[in-house]
Design a protein around this ligand. Structure first.
Ligand code: NAD
Length: 302
């Protein structure tokens, strides 16, 4: 559906922050006419330097046949959808929300768009700011097959992997399920390192065993929370993010909402949320989420 030389080559982009800014820049670089809007003047100035055509309001960006949102929360998305964005768009406009939001909010947003005569996808991402800049994000997409197919060329400009996960909201479901496991596994690996320290087991020896044994997981072999065994992990760089604890806390809040709303006995997911929330409030919000090991070590002092 994205054809060159006409209006379908236009993309509206709302939310030009840490993620949306570089994503919109990649679209502009790939030849799309990107109509961008944000509330923050500095974001607009940067976007303009990156080739985005800055417009004066969100509704002006709805002149495009595809409107992407990359906003802080579900409330921001729903407020925009309810606040005139949907009514400003031509019938059949494809709304693609890439923000990380509640599954329930994603479904409500899709329902609003469809009720207004439009089409909608939820397409949250993983890969962080570095992935957004490099165009190597992973997109987890929920919505109708034909809308997924229509959005694919755009998403492939911004990402290296695009997975159609199911119907409305299921992209968000994939994102929060993945990050819930990630949090639980990072806490588990960190507890094991700290216990090993008490028992005289060196970090390297534990790594050498566990990295090829049944405790093997991404939190250990790609993102090891102690410096040394995996030189590229944030532990080797004073736990600079990477994936900040504040964002992990946000995603665990969304996972907890979904666990509770769906009656799932997700005790570890809920506990991981408590652990990360406390760490964020104490001092860890700006650190990489693997710095949870320092919190565990601190709390283990006898
Ligand atoms: P950010 O705060 O840097 O950017 C959000 C932008 O939305 C801001 O610039 C803000 O001014 C703008 N905005 C808010 N209301 C608006 C409105 N009504 N109209 C236009 N613009 C508006 O946040 P971010 O880090 O870019 O994250 C965006 C989303 O991506 C979040 O949902 C986040 O959870 C998700 N995410 C972030 C990362 C990451 O590493 N930062 C990774 C994966 C997913």
């Amino acid at each position: 559906m994205i054809r060159s030389g006409d209006k379908l080559k236009q993309v509206g982009f709302l939310g030009l922050g840490h993620m949306g800014g570089p994503m919109a820049a990649n679209l502009a670089r790939a030849g799309y006419q990107v109509l961008g809007f944000d509330l923050v003047p500095a974001a607009l100035e940067q976007a303009q330097r990156d080739g985005v055509e800055v417009v004066g309001s969100a509704t002006e960006a709805a002149a495009a046949s595809v409107v992407i949102t990359m906003l802080p929360s579900g409330k921001h998305v729903l407020d925009l959808y309810n606040g005139g964005l949907l009514s400003a768009a031509a019938p059949g406009t494809l709304f693609v929300d890439c923000s990380t939001i509640d599954v329930a909010d994603a479904r409500a947003a899709a329902e609003l768009a469809v009720a207004a005569g439009h089409r909608a996808l939820d397409a949250p991402v993983s890969g962080g700011v570095a992935g957004a800049a490099a165009g190597t994000l992973t997109f987890m997409v929920g919505g109708a097959e034909e809308d997924f197919t229509a959005a694919l060329p755009l998403l492939e400009v911004m990402g290296k992997k695009v997975v159609h996960c199911g119907g409305a909201g299921v992209g968000q479901a994939a994102k929060i399920c993945n990050n819930m496991v990630l949090a639980i596994s990072m806490i588990g690996i960190s507890e094991a390192f700290v216990l090993g320290e008490k028992l005289g087991l060196t970090h390297q020896a534990f790594y050498d065993v566990a990295s090829t044994a049944s405790a093997q997981c991404w939190s250990l072999t790609s993102y090891c929370p102690v410096p040394g065994p995996v030189p590229t992990s944030p532990a080797n760089n004073d736990y600079q993010p990477g994936f900040a604890t504040a964002l992990m806390d946000k995603d665990l809040g969304l996972a907890a909402n979904a666990l509770q709303a769906n009656g799932v006995d997700g005790q570890l997911g809920l506990l991981a949320k408590e652990i990360y929330h406390r760490f964020r409030e104490d001092s860890g919000g700006g650190l990489d989420f693997s710095a949870i090991i320092n919190d565990i070590r601190e709390r283990s002092k006898s």
